[in-house]
Design a protein around this ligand. Sequence first.
Ligand code: ZN
Length: 143
Amino acid sequence: MDNDMLRKIIMDHYKFPHNKIADDEEYKNFKRLIGTNPSCGDEVELYVLFEDEIVKDIYFKGSGCSICCASISILTDEIKGLSKSEAINKIKNFESMISGKDYDENLFEDAIAFMDLSKFPARFKCAFISWDTLFKLIGEADE
Ligand code: ZN
């Protein structure tokens, strides 16, 4: 895919986010965690429903830059239905991809739009904050 394609995927998710809920909505039985990236002003709030070992459902509230918002939207699409261990594997591969390390590209659908982000290390946190927040939430759910 060329850069224009990748940029279009990001802008589409930014303009028309998937699985975003209104500020006054609450979801019972969902685990909730907030993640922030003060250097950019990004703030994400994830709502995740675990059923047995599966990420059964996932929504978010939040605001931030286009990279941050697109990344959350893509995250929610690509994590729903995975087991916790599959989700953790995907988070780790995403982290590797955006930090310029080896990763399994077959794991990703729209998330592949961030394949060149490693060239912009200042934006790492923008893209990773939601994935990192989910990682922590899975850890908490296991306690
Ligand atoms: Zn940002």
